[in-house]
Design a protein around this ligand. Structure first.
Ligand code: ADP
Length: 277
């Protein structure tokens, strides 16, 4: 479903290869952890997959579609395949839980009837039906991340991309979030790609682990015994991204709204116009 074919990325004004000849295949329905130290290239990997950045060399094929060949006006349609969850939740603080999830459907022009049905369903999947009228500030970090997950799911994304989703929540709730991702993966067959530096957390899950270092994939295995060796090796390597505390103030509403618009509506900013390649 996802193929990186010899992908390299050098950002404008730098000579570092943020990604260096990365090739990999991710099947539909797989659950993959992507790990690595700060600066390894994890975000670059995700940004290229989300078509926020374009590779300097190589191409990414998703469902048979080349991202290099994807026309700018098709990018929002491509992104509808993706549900994205961030470390800092990116909920709109003035909107309720229900409205935050519904917003992702409004931007793609869904009908009111579909919105009520799908939002109720997404909130039930993450166990937050009872909190639909709460504001994000009335929720714990773990609950806020579940709202973000409901928002990522509500348009029936084929792939959930979770970028350090447990970085801002306490360890017990972190496990709940990964358990939830696992349930979504098993029950709905959604492909899950989770970037994390929390190696202890993921060592409890027997999933494929891809380790990136200096822009290279240095290990990639679906086999738990090999993954365990990798984990030991990774644990010996500091520094990982430091977790940035229990709760982060959400970014400005306008910024979050504009982000969401870019992930759904028909007239987004064009990421290819200021692309580095
Ligand atoms: P990670 O997510 O693993 O911390 P990144 O993908 O953010 O790693 O970074 C990989 C490399 O690319 C680092 O050397 C980083 O400094 C560089 N880099 C990332 N984003 C940019 C950018 N927008 N401009 C220039 N260099 C960048």
């Amino acid at each position: 479903m996802i193929d990186f074919n010899h992908v390299s990325k050098i950002y404008k004004g730098t000579d570092t290869k943020a990604l260096d000849d990365v090739s990999l295949h991710i099947d539909k329905g797989e659950f993959v952890f992507v790990v690595g130290a700060s600066g390894a290239g994890k975000s670059t990997f995700l940004k290229i997959l989300m078509r926020e950045e374009v590779p300097t060399a190589g191409d990414v094929i998703v469902d048979g579609q080349s991202l290099n060949a994807l026309k700018a006006r098709k990018v929002p349609y491509y992104r509808r395949k993706l549900g994205i969850v961030f470390q800092d939740f990116r909920l709109i603080p003035t909107k309720t839980v229900y409205e935050n999830v519904a917003f992702a459907m409004h931007v793609i022009g869904a009908s009111q009837k579909d919105i009520s049905r799908r939002v109720a369903y997404a909130l039930s999947l993450v166990g937050l039906s009872a909190k639909s009228k709460s504001l994000p500030t009335q929720l714990s970090g773990g609950e806020q991340q579940r709202v973000a997950l409901a928002r990522a799911l509500v348009n029936d994304a084929e792939v959930i991309i979770a970028d350090e989703p447990t970085g801002n929540i306490d360890p017990e709730m972190s496990k709940d979030i990964v358990d939830l991702l696992e349930q979504i993966n098993l029950n709905k067959g959604t492909t899950i790609i989770m970037v994390t530096h929390e190696v202890d957390l993921i060592s409890n899950y027997h999933k494929r682990i891809i380790e990136i270092k200096n822009g290279h994939i240095i290990s990639d295995s679906a086999h738990p015994e090999v993954a365990a060796e990798n984990i030991q090796a990774i644990q010996g390597e500091a520094p990982m991204n430091a977790p940035s505390g229990y709760y982060h103030a959400p970014t400005e509403d306008a910024e979050i709204e504009s982000f969401l618009m870019n992930y759904g509506n028909d007239k987004p900013d064009d990421p290819s116009e200021d692309a580095d390649a």
